[in-house]
Design a binder for this molecule. Structure first.
Ligand SMILES: [Zn+2]
Length: 343
């Protein structure tokens, strides 16, 4: 009996150390340990020679042994099946995994982030405000009283329940709200969505995006404004870009100007983008009107400031050579996918 147990122990060791690689060795293992003339079978045959009082103990040892052989066989069979499957599917585990589709940033977001990062380097911080605004913050405080003809240029959508509420026509409402807080100096940019009651076409939409800027402190001059904007366009469109200021009119700034940049597509020679003028209109700006400062409780004798505002769609159209503004809001994945690697 002891001899037999020793023998079984030796077999157990053999099973544990048995290397099975490939189906041939697997079959050899099966025949040797589990076959009809295999070791397990012959060990069970020894049962009749074991004394009755030891039968139970010996049976247990035999069952454990059989289980060990069967487990080894099943495990080896499974990993053999797996590796065979790998070969069948031509699976190369060293290849990179499936790409996870994470989408891409919207072109408007890309341009907005670029504008923000340039102004942040100049010490501007980002301010935010409501898109549904009251008449005061959108028009009146900005020196656009009711019946002012300039309001016609910014027709918007009104809320039925309360005619005093409207969808903001520019992000200047954020400037007003910041000025009303009374903390000076102010150096902010206000990016956001704005609305106009306009016919939708390839060139204009009833909503679009803007970034406005405001700097108020003592002794802020038009020279500061020009230098800031000059730095901005060079960072945004390239070092060779020239700027020009054209006198203009806005009720909320005095003096006011519109700024053009030399066309960065044709270098000023004239092309389709610049309508063969060599210049592209990019933003409006000026010194904050003293009346606007006073409306917000700021002493216009002590403080001066400049403000500017630009659309985001327009530079986005130019930078990415998009020919229809409506593409930005149609959520067409075929269009948006093209910005996967854009920065
Ligand atoms: Zn051009």
């Amino acid at each position: 009996m002891d001899e037999l147990l020793q023998q079984i122990e030796a077999y157990r060791k053999e099973i544990e150390e048995y290397k099975i690689s490939g189906s041939q060795q697997l079959e050899e293992f099966r025949i040797k340990f589990l076959g009809s003339k295999g070791l397990t079978k012959s060990l069970f045959a020894e049962m009749k020679n074991v004394p009755n009082e030891k039968k139970k103990e010996f049976g247990q040892v035999l069952n454990d042994f059989k289980q060990l052989a069967e487990d080894k066989f099943e495990n080896a069979k499974q990993s053999a099946a797996l590796s065979q499957q790998s070969v069948k599917e031509n699976l190369d585990l060293s290849l990179p995994g499936d790409t996870i589709q994470i989408g891409s940033r919207h072109p408007i977001t890309l341009v907005r982030n670029r504008i923000i990062s340039i102004f942040q380097r100049l010490g501007f911080s980002v301010a935010d405000g409501p898109e549904i605004e009251d008449d005061w913050h959108n028009f009146t405080a900005l020196n656009l009283p009711e019946n002012h003809p300039a309001r016609d240029m910014q027709d918007t959508f009104y809320i039925h329940q309360n005619p005093d509420w409207l969808l903001r026509t520019h992000t200047s409402n954020v400037q007003i709200r910041e000025m009303e807080k009374g903390k000076l100096p102010i150096r902010i940019i206000c990016p956001g969505r704005v609305y106009r009651n306009e016919t939708i076409s390839a060139r204009s939409h009833c909503f679009f995006h803007q970034v406005e800027g405001l700097y108020i402190d003592e002794n802020v001059s038009f020279a500061d404004l020009k230098q800031t904007l000059y730095f901005f366009v060079q960072e945004m469109f390239g070092k060779d870009v020239k700027v020009r200021f054209r006198p203009s009119y806005f009720p909320f700034t005095e003096p006011s100007a519109e700024m053009d940049i030399s066309c960065f597509i044709c270098g000023g020679k004239g092309c389709r983008i610049c309508k063969h003028t060599g210049w592209v209109e990019i933003l409006g700006c000026g010194m904050v009107h003293p009346k606007v400062l006073e409306n917000c409780g700021i002493d216009s004798n002590k403080y001066t400031g400049y403000a500017f505002g630009m659309g985001i769609e327009r530079p986005a159209l130019l930078l990415y050579d998009v020919n229809d503004i409506r593409l930005f809001s149609e959520n067409d994945a075929r269009f948006l996918k093209q910005f996967n690697s854009a920065v």
